[in-house]
Design a protein around this ligand. Sequence first.
Ligand code: NIG
Ligand code: FE
Length: 414
Amino acid sequence: MKILIENCKSIVGVHANPKEKLAGKEMANLPCLNDSWLSIENGLISGFGTMKDGTPSKATFDQVIDASGKFVFPSWCDSHTHIVYAGSREAEFVDRIKGLSYEGIARNGGGILNSAERLNKTSEDELFENAMRRLTEVTGFGTGAVEIKSGYGLSVDGEIKMLRVIKRLKEHSPLTIKATFLGAHAVPLKYKQNRQEYIDLIINEILPIIAKEKLADYCDVFCDRGFYTIEETDAILQAGWKHGLQPKIHANELDYSGGIQIGVKNKALSVDHLEFTGDKEIEVLLNSATMPTLLPSTAFFLGLHYPPARKMIDSGLPIALATDYNPGSSPSGKMPFILSLACVKMKMLPEEVINAATVNSAYAMGLSKTHGSITIGKKANLFITRPIPSYNFMPYSFGSDLVDTVIIEGKVQQ
Ligand code: NIG
Ligand code: FE
């Protein structure tokens, strides 16, 4: 199948020789090709150029799309989600409106433990169907790659069930998917008096099954106040590495937990959340290959303060953005809203948020070579907007549906 998209008002994120990530001042640079065309062949981007220099012969294409007035974007890479879950938690949402805290709800057996109880009672097929529906939903928002975590099983069977669902999603969804093992998401109630027993279970029982069945790409721990300590996190991440799983961790959401430092020490691909990031944490990140990933819809939904994105970028760091789509702290997978929040609440520029949600989030899921920019030979995962005046309109027009046509691996999605 060969597709030509012509008369594009602009193609955004065009990189002939892409860097694997963009840091500091580089983040404000968004290369675009105005009044242009783009061609797709065998699921890959095969060429682009300006209309004035002429398009390739139209007769050679199976489909020609007129993008007059419209923008072409590389698909968003959503590098942090929990979209395999059972039920929903709007009752806790109401409890929080009435004054309970997220941590207080968790201490009383709600929160992640509430989702775990429901997940363990739900069949693999039902989890799969619900997650597929969510993937279809986010495809319509312009997302072309998604990282999905386990972490609502919190038992051998539950965690393996979740990861098998993610494996099935990889096989059936057109989106590119990465799987992350998050057995250390919360401590299950029955291990409250003996946390070490659960950690031993993760290390000695669950991880070997995951390795044998190749069920995960990455290993995660919720390293924060009230969840897992830095010593526990260190032990789990080292065990993950022994099975070839690079860390991608939850860190510094609720406190200066030391999570960033322990993530960097263990060569994490990303450390995510980072509401509590100070000078020491920035220093550690500057000397690493770890991608700081911010999830502003969690701060929005839980009423936390936002991570210091401006300070981080001005210090020379790269930033990636993701949705954290999950039933407790961010029940939405809408990447364009994340971009708007990052601009409004963290003072990131439109160019910075677009780079953070494409090039840098591709890096945060190990997809730099194939995703995140308009580059010849990369996967043709992209979307065409409705007619819009400029790319600034994308984060500006929050809540609007600007995505008109979605193309994944060279196929127009219906
Ligand atoms: O990323 N912070 C830890 N885990 C999730 C929340 C999961 C939940 O509340 O169900 C998060 O925000
Ligand atoms: Fe999360």
